[in-house]
Design a binder for this molecule. Structure first.
Ligand SMILES: CC(C)(COP(=O)(O)OP(=O)(O)OC[C@H]1O[C@@H](n2cnc3c(N)ncnc32)[C@H](O)[C@@H]1OP(=O)(O)O)[C@@H](O)C(=O)NCCC(=O)NCCS
Length: 210
């Protein structure tokens, strides 16, 4: 499988040098929200993750291709776990408290220590869309990152045709900064990308969900 996993609209991951970053990413904290628990992925999550990662609708506006079998999903989890092992930016499994099942993922695409900046991304199982879960998950990640890491700016990018994702960013206090025309070539076409970001000062002054 060609691997461009959960690296939606991202730059190559730059290994963060400071021990603070490496320590954080090697032991991702468990984050709790009213409906969700965000925790590191484990191999046992493969069946749950396959459910949404194999859905072409979920993969429509992200850079990765739908998983063709649970074997692809296991490779993906192995890759994520290698990122944990190496203290590199990676993703949490999003667990629905009510069922204990993994319904999505959220995480960091890259971190630039030089610029004190990072990029986040997220995906959820279609069955659970429009219940506020992505907003809960992203808010928890932003809260944790700004509390623990010396980040000044956290970005997110989305396909212009994906307004639901834009709404999640907006609800989490991210500001829309511009549209980058034909920014990337994905799934056979050039796509326009909307760049959003939240600064530490925005975060400190915002009244946000959760
Ligand atoms: C984008 C995604 C994560 C949103 O997850 P979610 O849990 O449904 O998000 P939330 O429920 O927290 O918020 C969704 C918001 O978008 C709104 N929305 C949904 N569809 C919309 C549309 N077509 N146009 C405008 N707004 C829309 C919802 O009404 C809601 O806003 P509200 O709370 O003001 O009513 C989910 O659709 C998904 O996983 N998509 C596939 C993967 C993906 O595209 N990831 C993002 C890559 S940048």
């Amino acid at each position: 499988m060609k691997y461009r996993i959960l690296r939606f609209l991202s730059f190559p991951s730059v290994p963060p040098r400071s021990s603070g970053y490496a320590e954080y990413f090697s032991r991702l904290p468990v984050l709790e929200t009213p409906s969700l628990i965000l925790r590191p992925m484990v191999m046992k999550d493969a069946e749950d993750i396959y459910v949404y990662s194999s859905d072409p609708e979920v993969a429509r506006y992200v850079l990765w291709e739908p998983h063709r079998s649970v074997r692809d999903t296991r490779m993906y989890i192995r890759y994520i776990r290698s990122l944990y092992h190496n203290g590199l930016p990676s993703s949490w499994a999003v667990v629905l408290r009510e069922t204990g099942r993994v319904i999505g993922s959220v995480g960091f695409m890259w971190v630039s220590e030089e610029n004190s900046s990072a990029e986040v991304g997220y995906s959820l199982s279609r069955q659970y869309w429009n219940r506020g879960y992505a907003t809960e998950a992203l808010s928890a990640v932003l809260r944790s990152a700004f509390s623990v890491l010396p980040l000044n700016r956290i970005e997110a990018q989305r396909d212009l045709r994906n307004p639901a994702s834009g709404r999640v960013m907006e609800k989490c206090g991210m500001h829309q900064e511009g549209t980058l025309r034909s920014r990337i070539y994905n799934k056979g076409e050039f796509i326009d990308v909307v760049l959003c970001a939240i600064l530490r000062s925005d975060w400190e002054n915002a009244v946000l969900p959760g």
